[in-house]
Design a protein around this ligand. Structure first.
Ligand code: 5AD
Ligand code: FES
Length: 346
């Protein structure tokens, strides 16, 4: 039964696929709160009651891809496209640095404008200006050579969600010319290039089954990344998935706990999407084993244009407001923001 499975997961840090599906199928409030408590304790043993903030800079919303769920897909003509200049990116970092951030995430759509020739100098400039900060990149699929150059420029971590390890589901979420095999190859290339790697997936994506989720969890266990970002699918009004229901906070939080119990050391964000579908979603995520938050550092005038999904929180707030808001939120549940690089603890 479910309680035996929770015990096995806690002891062995893994379950068979069928067991994971059973656990997901039979979850309820009681099992969730038990898993959450176990997961929280394991996170605290390694990371204490600390939550690491990473300043997110969404530097381009141009994208050549057409992921069916995503609001900034190339075919969306209803958004205004922007690219931040190197100066704007550096000043967003400076703003973050002055607020205490020592960890930055540079994220964008897959924008061919940011070739290695253009991207490498940006990373170098951040690395030189803020040598005591950790730089995470999230630029999508690139070549191994490109990853090597970005690593040499000072990038140390890279986020690339695998999105779905089932070829069938991956194919339902992406146009034919996007390849799951290439995406997975990129994750291994990133590691070859020396990056600490982050992957992840959406919860409650259209057509996703509990079996798909079990496969995703087991893939992550096999990949053994340093970070895993999961958040609920949230529909965007300009996409073909506009009428699908959003994923739930409840399932997202349950999966956060399972991920934590499968890998006690993982850097696990309590995502903005989770905070979007539930006003106290991020707090609940932390209480269920998450230990990272990624507040926005992008200039406020472009934030609304980086809408991957509808009703995204914090698009009107200044960076300083988000810090105030978040530190209150984490303190309300007995945690503290730790403004460090927030390194993975092996
Ligand atoms: N809802 C939730 N998450 C989304 N992402 C993209 N579009 C959506 C959406 N509609 C996620 C993807 C991507 C990450 C940057 O944002 O998983 O990897
Ligand atoms: Fe941005 Fe709460 S984190 S307003």
């Amino acid at each position: 039964n479910v309680w035996n499975l929770i015990e096995t997961l806690y002891k062995d840090q893994t379950l068979e696929k069928e067991e994971l599906v059973f656990l997901l199928e039979h979850r309820d409030e009681e099992t969730a709160s038990c898993l959450g408590e176990l997961a929280r304790k394991e996170a605290q043993k390694i990371y204490g009651n600390k939550v690491f903030p990473r300043g997110l800079i969404e530097f381009t919303n141009y994208c050549k891809n057409n992921c069916y769920y995503c609001g900034i897909q190339a075919s969306n003509r209803n958004i205004s496209r922007y690219r931040l200049s190197q100066e704007q990116i550096l000043s967003a970092c400076q703003n973050g640095y002055d607020l205490g951030y020592r960890s930055f995430v540079l994220q964008g759509g897959e924008d061919p404008y940011f070739s290695d020739e253009r991207m490498v100098p940006v990373v170098e400039a951040i690395h030189e200006s803020f040598p005591d900060c950790a730089i995470t990149l999230s630029l999508g699929e690139r070549s191994l050579e490109s990853y090597q150059k970005l690593h040499a420029a000072g990038g140390r971590r890279y986020l690339l969600r695998h999105e779905a390890i089932s070829p069938r589901l991956y194919g339902k979420l992406h146009p034919e010319k996007m390849s799951l095999r290439h995406r997975i190859q990129c994750l291994y290339d990133l590691r070859t290039a020396g990056f600490q790697v982050g992957t992840g997936f959406m919860v409650g994506a259209p057509f996703q089954t509990l079996e798909n989720l079990a496969d995703d969890l087991l893939f992550i266990q096999k990949l053994h990344p340093q970070m895993t970002g999961i958040g609920p699918f949230v529909p965007h009004h300009d996409t073909r998935f506009r009428d699908f229901a959003a994923g739930t906070a409840e399932l997202t939080i349950f999966l956060i706990s399972i991920l934590r119990l499968m890998d006690h050391h993982l850097l696990l964000p309590s995502t903005t999407a989770l905070g979007t579908i539930d006003p106290s979603g991020r707090e609940k995520g932390i209480l269920a084993g998450a230990n990272v938050v990624m507040p926005n550092l992008s200039p406020t005038d472009v934030r609304k244009d980086y809408a991957l999904y509808d009703n995204k929180i914090c698009t009107g707030e200044e960076a300083a407001e988000c810090i105030g808001c978040l530190s209150q939120r984490v303190e309300s549940i007995g945690y503290q923001l730790e403004f460090s690089q927030g390194n993975y603890r092996p």
